[in-house]
Ligand binder design. Structure first.
Ligand code: ADP
Ligand code: MG
Ligand code: MG
Length: 864
């Protein structure tokens, strides 16, 4: 019932059933529906107060204690919990029910005065911060001042007297900040805490996190009110976080962190550096053994790797939370393979546990293995992958750098929920405090960003914007590199190297290939890219953009000369010079992709893209004139031509097949190069390459008919009609979708050019949309992500389905593919599977992602 109870509430209830009521503190859950009603009304919805009172009474009955009691008070936590976990983004208040009286009661009942006052000061601190916005720094300063006065380093060393004084200090802060006395009535405390948790759903950091993680705003959060258990009762108590398997590598040994004599917030916030979970074996062997068993049991129950939170109170273990572990791709892949080996899951189920969006990280770079570098600090390997960039010390600076296209590493003592926007913008995260369960580590892994946490040797001065590690002094902007797979930090120029597919990943990909029905090709223009893609499992080239070949430095002058030529004769002369170069390019591709289809798109962009910009040229011309240069005349000619070619809307202008109609000699040269390369490749390998010639931007069937004639003519001339090639078109204009049956009559295949199709169907300029209105559109929930990233299913997707349908009506054996950016986007891949396409084509690095996404689409369809 996670939609209603939130993930945390549903799992706490489920755990109580599985592990028994002795293992999980009792409580009740206020539903997400109540939160939604609260948000709509801006007030407690009708009946909520009564229901809370009722549930509280039941809880008090169960616990045999009463909230605010001056003898042995019940204390509760008030915990947020959305449908999907949003670690640290929403608020939680612990130790609620403490007041000037119940602190005495707690001290007496537990015979532990220090513990009672520690709990009270924690409550004043957390309630003030979370429910009433008392700034965290003010609280930290107050704690620091007390510690200084007491002459101690750690919170745990503060005595009863200090804690009493600190509680007073914190109450003072509360009064200064709110103008009110700290609330003593537990019912009032509870109501304020419940409201605060509801309100945290609308907080800036939660909104930002949802935007990045694509979680709908309408869901709301549940609120869990739960009896407290205490990890801060001395050395036989602790709080911790445990994963059923290593959350970074996926190895089968559980992993985690804990802190003795602490409450959970201390572990998660990264303020104190926790100990490794396995050290518990010596400190609290019984609880440790029980925890290990429980982790296995939960894994079996949920059929997935678990991420849990626990507390040991005077030797007794309590489980406070479990959820399917968010994990970086390497751990996800490792788990999938091990789970099948251990017979925990079948192959399909194992494949479904992998989030294909995270797989990107596996293809992330790492430090070149033979690189020599000086390690200036070591920390916890908190999120895998390597990154290099200039140092920034604040999330805002990271965001600015991201917008300016600079690579940066976000360096902080520890991070907080407000820093999440900076994570997104930074290449990597480095902290001097905290461990694998710290906020920094958790969020970095969720986003697939490399992270080194708890690099204790770093002395970070946020005011001066400097960081020191031993003798190395660095300032903002200085370049550092981190290796989040090994926990290393260096200031040296280490080359980053691309990742290779691990044995386990290969295994997962092979399973994916067995179930998927959608083909996966690649978009590649060079033999290197094609080889890479083939290694990653591409089954052909779905799009070779020939214009890239003309942009290389040895080609560009020839291309420019061709464009400048005055007569067709001169133009043909220039084209003759380009032909052998093009032929070489194609030979290289046919060789690397032998045995697989290679789809070559004829020249697509408007010609002006090959000339210098008019502005630039005008400036140079002026300069040349002033100097009396000999080039003036030639430059003037070029400028004139640039002006001649200029169009108001070049993306809707003379490009694609329109060029082919206007200047058939250009396409003719390309076709000749393709055919000759085909013949040469056949001679070398004894096998004819599978050539597919693709005509871009077709709107009218007549255009394709004319181009097909051109192809046939060249083949006839070059081979006497001997070479077998397929001719097809990119479908990237709405008209082409509507008349797909007519176009199909002249085509062997369609390949949906979903970038242009999105641009033309929506009338959004692809080059401007990101910097223009799109962000506002996402904020206003008109769209939840860029239609250029994930296909707009109802609109553009409908055009694809329509064209596929009528195209196949007209020609049943028509091959259908897609070659826009969407071909590597998992959600879009699922759509293309459902739309019945034959293949997707994407950039080489996305090929493995598309293979997994296609497999998941097939599994989902089969299970529906
Ligand atoms: P988050 O969603 O940020 O993890 P939680 O609601 O899980 O917030 O609370 C954070 C931590 O507070 C938990 O990990 C746990 O250690 C502590 N906590 C929450 N409820 C209780 C409880 N009933 N008893 C003891 N500790 C608790
Ligand atoms: Mg939690
Ligand atoms: Mg296009």
């Amino acid at each position: 019932m996670r939609d209603l109870l939130g993930g945390k509430g549903a799992n706490v209830a489920e755990m109580t059933r599985v592990l028994g009521a002795d293992r999980v503190p009792g409580g009740f859950t206020i539903t997400t529906e109540a939160c939604v009603a609260y948000m709509e009304a801006g007030a407690y919805p009708e009946g909520l107060q009564e229901q809370v009172d009722e549930a509280l009474e039941r809880l008090e009955g169960q616990a045999g204690k009463r909230l605010g009691d001056s003898d042995d008070p019940l204390l509760v936590s008030v915990r947020s919990g959305a449908r999907e976990s949003m670690p640290g983004m929403l608020d939680t208040v612990l130790n609620l029910g403490m007041n000037d009286e119940s602190v005495q009661g707690l001290a007496k009942a537990t015979d532990n005065e220090r513990f009672a006052w520690d709990s009270y000061r924690r409550f004043v601190q957390m309630f003030g911060n979370v429910c009433r916005g008392i700034p965290g720094e003010e609280i930290e300063d107050a704690i620091k001042a007390r510690k200084k006065q007491a002459g101690v380093e750690e919170d745990t060393e503060l005595g009863v007297h200090d804690l009493k004084a600190l509680t007073d200090d914190l109450k003072g802060l509360f009064k200064d900040g709110t103008g009110e006395e700290f609330p003593q009535d537990p019912r009032e405390q509870l109501e304020q805490a419940i409201r605060a948790v509801f309100d945290s759903w609308q907080g800036d950091r939660a909104v930002e996190y949802r935007r990045i993680s694509r979680i709908p705003d309408e869901w709301g959060t549940a609120v869990n009110v739960q009896q407290m258990v205490f990890g801060n009762k001395g050395d036989t108590s602790c709080s911790g976080v445990a994963f059923s398997r290593d959350e970074v590598t996926g190895e089968p040994t559980p992993s985690g962190d804990y802190l003795a004599n602490a409450q959970g917030e201390d572990v998660v916030s990264g303020v104190r550096t926790p100990r490794d979970l396995h050290a518990m074996k010596d400190d609290m062997p019984d609880a440790y053994g029980e925890l290990m068993d429980i982790l296995r049991e939960l894994e079996r129950h949920y059929s997935d790797m678990q991420d849990t939170e626990f507390t040991v109170e005077e030797g007794s273990l309590y489980m406070l939370q479990t959820r399917d572990a968010k994990r970086p791709a390497q751990a996800a892949v490792r788990f999938a393979v091990d789970a099948v080996d251990e017979a925990l899951l079948g192959r399909d189920a194992a494949l479904m546990t992998i989030d294909p969006y995270t797989l990107d990280a596996l293809l992330h770079p790492h430090f070149a293995p033979d690189a020599e570098f000086h390690v200036i600090a070591e920390g916890v390997a908190a999120s895998p992958g390597a990154a290099r960039g200039g140092i920034v010390f604040t999330a805002e600076d990271a965001v600015t750098a991201g917008e300016e296209g600079r690579d940066v590493i976000l360096v902080r003592p520890f991070t907080e929920a407000d820093d999440v926007g900076g994570f997104h913008a930074a290449k990597g995260i480095l902290t001097s405090e905290g461990g694998k369960a710290s906020h920094a580590a958790l969020v970095a892994r969720g986003m697939g960003k490399p992270c080194v946490a708890g690099a204790g040797a770093l002395e970070i001065d946020l005011k001066a914007k400097t960081v020191r590690a031993g003798d190395t002094q660095l300032s903002e902007g200085d370049v550092i590199a981190i290796d989040g797979s090994r926990g290393l930090v260096t200031a040296d120029e280490v080359p980053l190297q691309d990742a290779e597919v691990s044995e386990e990943f290969e295994q997962v990909l092979l399973w994916a290939d067995e179930v998927r029905t959608l083909g996966v090709r690649t978009n590649a223009d060079t033999p290197e890219d094609s080889r890479k893609a083939r290694d990653f499992g591409a089954e052909g080239i779905g799009l070779c953009r020939t214009e890239h070949m003309f942009m290389q430095s040895d080609r560009q002058p020839k291309m420019r000369a061709m464009i400048m030529a005055e007569s067709e004769k001169d133009r043909r002369k220039c084209l003759d010079a380009l032909l052998p170069l093009q032929q070489e390019d194609f030979e290289g591709l046919f060789e690397t992709m032998s045995g697989m289809p290679v789809t070559i798109r004829l020249l697509d962009p408007p010609l002006h893209e090959f000339l210098p910009s008019g502005e630039e040229l005008a400036g140079e011309l002026e300069h040349a004139r002033a100097e009396g240069s000999d080039d003036v005349e030639k430059m003037q000619e070029t400028l004139d031509r640039v002006h001649e070619l200029a169009e108001t809307n070049p993306m809707l202008g003379t490009r694609g097949v329109r060029l082919g109609i206007l200047h058939p000699e250009v396409y003719e040269m390309q076709l000749r190069a393709i055919v000759r390369a085909g013949l040469a490749a056949t001679k070398i390998s004894g096998e004819a390459p599978q050539i597919e010639i693709m005509i871009p931007l077709v709107a009218y069937e007549q255009e394709l008919d004319l181009m097909r004639g051109l192809v046939d003519g060249v083949i006839e001339e070059e081979t006497g009609g001997e070479l077998d090639v397929h001719v097809g078109t990119m479908i990237e204009l709405p008209r082409a979708c509507f008349v797909a049956d007519r176009i199909a009559a002249h085509a062997d295949f369609f390949s949906f050019g979903t970038n242009d199709l999105t641009q033309t169907a929506l009338g959004f300029s692809r080059d401007d949309v990101e910097s223009g209105f799109l962000n506002r559109y996402m904020e206003r929930k008109i769209v939840d992500r860029s239609p250029f990233e994930t296909i707009d299913k109802p609109g553009v997707g409908w055009l694809v389905r329509l064209a596929a349908w009528v195209g196949r009506e007209a020609k049943p054996d028509l091959t259908l593919g897609i070659c826009g950016e969407h071909g590597g986007d998992p959600d879009s891949v699922a759509f293309f599977h459902m739309a019945g396409l034959d293949y997707v084509s994407c950039s080489p690095y996305r090929v493995p992602i598309a293979r997994v996404a296609a497999a998941q689409a097939a599994i989902t369809e089969a299970s529906d």
